[in-house]
Design a protein around this ligand. Structure first.
Ligand code: TF8
Length: 334
């Protein structure tokens, strides 16, 4: 009897000494702001990220996504992160150059030749270096998600050579590299927040915009455009940003789970984009838009004409940053 009692006590003691499951995790509601709509591949990525977080945190870390700019545009949401009033945003890097000028490196025209190149740079040392710069301005970049290669759409004429840009009112992001790139091609470039683009196209306040096929599809731009040109003129990444002020209050286990699961979500999102890109293009064609692909000669002509933008913005972005990415790309291309 006495022996049995001792054993039972020992077991009870052992059980109470063991940490209860997921003790390192607190209930967290993480609001994730998006400018794009829920059917964009970011939606698939967030779902995969949530499944990963459920497993790691026993359901304690919860993402709540907001779509279509419901919590404000990219820039506004990012500022809310910096002041610690909102947890997260998935945003293009481009509208954030006023916060961290080095991010302008990703806006340089024709920087990346293909997605694989972009993944190597972003997921490697260069991406880490940029993450440190973002942390210094109050933003934790959990991972580089994908926006993708950008293409031009417009409502006035087919664009097959750079002269066709002449006088075209093209909406660009709030970003000087994009502004100069399109002005240099002869367009009348107009900076505008993403949330205003659909109605500006619809009312013909602007003729054109540029975004990846999946965005032209899921944000319904094809409904108010007639021509598309596959220009692939820039690959601008998405950043999965977290408020540093809030992140710093999380436990190390919560922080690690968020970083790891953001990478799981990233991989799913990139894969879905690769599939949806083709489907979105088919949908755009089926809706009656004329789709043109730049000839390799014209692509080279436009690229060469655009190189002045590199020199013009080098000092502002940081010469070390521009030279750094070009050196890394040269290494990758060997
Ligand atoms: C743009 C960007 C946007 C994204 C989205 C709002 O054209 O490419 O589509 O940042 O998240 O403004």
């Amino acid at each position: 009897m006495r022996k049995l009692l001792l054993t039972t006590t020992a077991i009870a003691f052992a059980c109470s000494a063991a940490a209860p499951a997921f003790a390192e995790f607190n209930d967290r509601n993480i609001r994730v702001s998006n400018g794009i709509n829920a059917d964009h591949p970011v939606g698939n990525g967030i779902k995969a990220m949530q499944e990963c977080l459920d497993t790691k945190s026993g359901g304690k870390l919860k993402l709540t996504a907001f779509w279509g700019g419901a919590l404000g545009g990219d820039l506004q949401a990012t500022q809310a992160l910096r002041s610690g009033v909102q947890e997260a945003v998935v945003t293009s890097s481009s509208p954030l150059v006023g916060i961290e000028p080095a991010l302008g490196v990703f806006d340089l025209p024709f920087l990346f030749a293909n997605a694989e190149e972009a993944y190597k740079v972003l997921d490697g040392k260069f991406g880490d270096m940029m993450n440190e710069k973002m942390a210094a301005v109050g933003l934790v970049n959990l991972a580089y998600w994908e926006n993708g290669f950008r293409n031009l759409s417009n409502s006035v004429r087919p664009v097959t050579k750079w002269e066709d840009f002449e006088g075209m009112k093209v909406r660009v992001m709030q970003n000087n590299v994009f502004l100069d790139t399109f002005q240099n091609l002869g367009a009348n470039a107009t900076p505008m927040a993403f949330g205003e683009v659909f109605s500006a196209l619809e009312t013909k306040t602007i003729d054109a915009q540029e975004n990846p096929y999946v965005t032209i599809d899921t944000s319904k731009f094809f409904e108010v455009q007639k021509y598309v040109t596959e220009t692939n003129h820039a690959y601008t990444p998405f950043l999965f940003l977290f408020s540093k002020a809030i992140f710093d209050t999380y436990t190390p286990e919560e922080q690690a789970a968020l970083r790891e699961c953001a990478v799981v979500g990233r991989d799913v999102e990139r894969k879905v984009i690769a599939d949806l890109n083709k489907k979105s293009l088919e949908k755009i064609k089926a809706a009656g838009l004329e789709v043109n692909v730049l000839s390799p000669e014209e692509q080279t002509r436009i690229r060469e004409k655009s190189m002045v933008v590199y020199e013009k913005h080098k000092a502002e972005i940081g010469a070390d940053v521009v030279d750094g990415i070009l050196a890394e790309l040269a290494e990758i291309r060997k």
